[in-house]
Design a protein around this ligand. Structure first.
Ligand code: GLA
Length: 396
């Protein structure tokens, strides 16, 4: 990979990061940036071999990295003002949490036979944590790319994303799909990515929103059941596939399943599993229509599908929460809003909204006031632009 970004085009204080690194470790770092992501539509479809439509955003994780003489790994996280030290030969998940996204990647690289040496790493960024914008995937992808560059590993771009995903499974305990890591690595400015999570083929779709912009409303909550419920949904989907497979052995994932198959093989066995699988089958089909609408510039029709997705995630898949539902309900009938829905794994984080640019300030003001009154919580709002994927930052 030779994607490089010139330091002066980066939003965070790269010079400050470099100086802080030098103060801490006494040498100059190699600098890497990896973005957070949004997802226009296609939720909980990635681990069912369906399609997703994410985009990388202009909020990113930044890493400074340098080699060490010994086999130690020294980490520093600016957000937590914490250090962590471990030997390369003793990588294991730790209680602190944040080092796992880095160590998990180093561990995966070693397991695949790549030879690493000790390294110093400093991490900073402006992806809000716990907001469903995949800050963890961004950390993993930044680490994978930084280690690849530092030790000249020549890891293929897709493998960087797959290694990052596996690190999340093993060191963070979340059986996530590939969407977040893929979007972070493969993002392209002004485009969404239409990714087939079965073949891993992808297409960049121009994201031309005209008078509209993407507005994220952050609930500022992350309910504690999010990780366990995510893994549970994944098992429910697998259970549904197993039951369909008894009658239709050629079926390998919900991508291959029709509503009629679910009604025949799953509904009589377990209504809850049936409803969960029905959502996924509908969402995969909905994404196909959404991609066509985006290509034709029919944002209005795309927005309506986003609302359908929200209702499915909330009522059928049951991964929403009262805060997310409130934010979508507040805007769904406004003329200035084409579409709105909860985004990502669920149980907190952000809603994604397509809002007329001229109306954004007013919307934020009104919805924030209502949100504060209802939940006693502050709402954060971000107008996001799309951005390019994981890259090295070079200076002149
Ligand atoms: C999380 C996971 C992704 C994806 C989404 C839901 O963000 O990390 O792999 O499954 O939830 O679409």
């Amino acid at each position: 990979m030779d994607s490089k970004l010139v330091a002066s085009t980066v939003k965070v204080d790269v010079e400050g990061l470099k100086q802080a690194f030098k103060n801490l470790y006494g040498v100059d770092p190699l600098l890497v940036r990896s973005p957070g992501r949004i997802n226009i539509i296609g939720e909980h479809t990635d681990y069912n071999e369906g399609f997703v439509m994410p985009a990388a955003i202009d909020k990113a994780i930044y890493i400074g990295i340098s080699k060490r003489e010994d086999d130690q790994v020294h980490l520093f996280a600016k957000d937590y003002e914490q250090t962590h030290t471990v030997a390369l030969s003793a990588l294991a998940p730790c209680e602190k949490g944040w080092p796992n996204y880095i160590l998990g990647v180093a561990d995966q690289l070693q397991k695949r036979g790549y030879i690493l040496g000790g390294f110093n790493l400093y991490i900073d960024g402006d992806v809000p944590l716990g907001a469903g914008l995949s800050s963890s995937a961004a950390v993993e992808c930044a680490t994978a790319y930084a280690l690849d560059q530092l030790f000249s590993l020549s890891v293929a771009q897709l493998d960087l994303a797959l290694i990052a995903q596996k690190a999340e499974h093993v060191f963070a305990g979340v059986s996530c799909g590939i969407m977040d890591q893929f979007a972070s690595v493969f993002g392209k400015k002004d485009h969404a990515i239409l990714l087939d999570c079965r073949s891993m083929e992808y297409e960049y779709l121009p994201l031309d929103l005209g008078d509209y912009k993407l507005l994220l409303l952050n609930t500022n909550v992350k309910h504690s059941l999010s990780d366990s419920a995510y893994n549970e949904r994944r098992s429910q989907c697998e259970q549904g596939v197993a039951w369909v497979k008894e009658k239709f052995p050629e079926v390998n994932s919900l991508r291959d399943v029709t509503l009629a198959m679910l009604e025949e093989c799953v509904e009589p066995k377990d209504n809850n599993v049936f409803v969960k699988c029905r959502f996924v089958v509908a969402e995969i089909e909905r994404l196909g229509r959404a991609a066509d609408f985006l290509k034709q510039g029919k944002l209005d029709a795309l927005g309506k599908l986003m609302l359908e997705t929200h209702d499915g995630l909330s009522k059928d898949y049951e991964v929403s929460c009262s805060e997310l539902d409130f934010l979508v309900d507040r805007v769904r009938d406004l003329d200035a809003v084409l579409g709105a829905r909860m985004m990502g794994g669920g149980f907190g984080g952000c809603t994604i909204n397509i809002v007329k640019t001229a109306y954004i300030d007013e919307l934020i003001k009104t919805v924030s006031a209502g949100y504060l009154q209802e939940f006693g919580l502050k709402l954060d709002a971000y107008v996001v632009e799309t951005a390019s994927g994981t890259s090295q930052i070079i200076e002149f």
